[in-house]
Design a binder for this molecule. Structure first.
Ligand code: ATR
Length: 305
């Protein structure tokens, strides 16, 4: 017997992903699983777009009445000029990763910061208010995180980066537009040592230690962690970077970036549909999702701040 495939009909809502490359993305699995689970007729499709075609691609998604789309590397910044209205956070973060199409008007959001914030709180039970934070890196990921940390009331943010001018630019952005809490440090600054010692939370937002360069470490020498410090690495492959292993060895709560990846997607889904996904469902989905990537998180996604 032939079974008729009813997964796509004339009423199916469409969500896209534009980037280059997109072949490795697990976002289609994530979003399509949620839609199937909720019984929604919505399908998520990735598109590899060439640099010169970005404008046409955005116009095309709009013309085809897509409900929304995700934007990934290398277009998160450039896409902003084709969006009708970018959120305040996206403007501060200088990047858009989620777009919603409302009656032909495109609204841009950045869910990376929110994804990071929620993942961090779920895994550690700790919020950023009044915390002293050391942030390694000053690239796109660090920018989204620094903006979020300052918006959520961090007491201080020490931005430590190899290229000190980038750390200075990021601190200026935070201090001039959100709150005066950020201070730049160079990679081999002597004072960086005492910054680590003074911090409640230490975050790696560089790519150092990521597969296949797993021996790499995001600082000039191993950091002397204290066991009451919380250590976060935005990398999820490998699940335990050298940086996280070192933190664990000192008894710290050490969390990888899988939750950030997961929750930035969850927020995007909530933006497109207006649905608030249930906690129980999210916990179960997260477990499946980690299995899909072969990544396990030690700290539990359970306690709430
Ligand atoms: P992303 O958008 O993923 O954050 P990015 O903007 O290229 O990517 O930023 C990468 C971050 O990792 C930067 O902070 C970068 O430091 P520089 O600003 O000095 O380039 C850091 N990084 C990457 N490779 C590095 C290396 N080999 N040593 C030190 N820092 C490195």
């Amino acid at each position: 017997m032939i079974e008729i495939d009813k997964s796509i009909t004339g009423k199916t809502k469409l969500i896209g992903l534009i980037g280059n490359p997109v072949e490795h993305s697990i976002s289609p699995q994530l979003h399509n699983t949620i839609s199937r689970h909720l019984g929604r007729e919505m399908t998520y499709v990735p598109f590899r777009v060439e640099k010169d075609d970005l404008k046409d691609a955005v116009k095309g998604l709009k013309a085809l009445n897509f409900t929304g789309f995700n934007v990934t590397v290398p277009f998160k910044k450039e896409v902003m000029k084709y969006i009708d209205e970018n959120s305040k956070e996206a403007l501060l973060m200088g990047a858009v990763n989620t777009v919603k199409n409302i009656r032909g008007k495109l609204y841009g959001y950045n869910t990376d910061g929110e994804g990071f914030s929620r993942a961090f709180k779920e895994a550690t039970g700790t919020a950023f208010r009044d915390k002293k934070i050391a942030l390694l890196g000053a690239g796109g990921a660090a920018r989204a995180i620094a903006v979020k940390l300052s918006l959520e009331g961090a007491d201080s943010i020490a931005v430590i980066n190899r290229t000190v001018s980038r750390a200075e630019d990021l601190c200026e952005l935070v201090n001039n537009n959100i709150r005066r809490v950020a201070k730049p440090y160079g990679w081999d600054d002597d004072t960086a040592e005492s910054v680590f010692a003074d911090s409640d939370i230490i975050i790696n937002a560089t790519s150092l230690g990521m597969h296949p360069d797993v021996e790499n470490y995001p600082y000039v020498k191993p950091i002397k962690f204290r066991k009451d410090q919380i250590v976060y690495d935005i990398i999820y492959n490998p699940a335990r970077t050298r940086f996280l292993q070192e933190a664990e060895r000192h008894g710290c709560v050490a969390v990888n970036g899988l939750g950030m990846l997961f929750y930035q997607g969850i927020y995007a889904y909530e933006i497109w549909t207006g649905i608030k996904l249930k906690e129980d469902f999210l916990k179960e989905l997260f477990l499946e999702f980690s299995g899909l990537l072969g990544v396990r998180q030690k700290a539990k996604l359970s306690s709430k701040s």
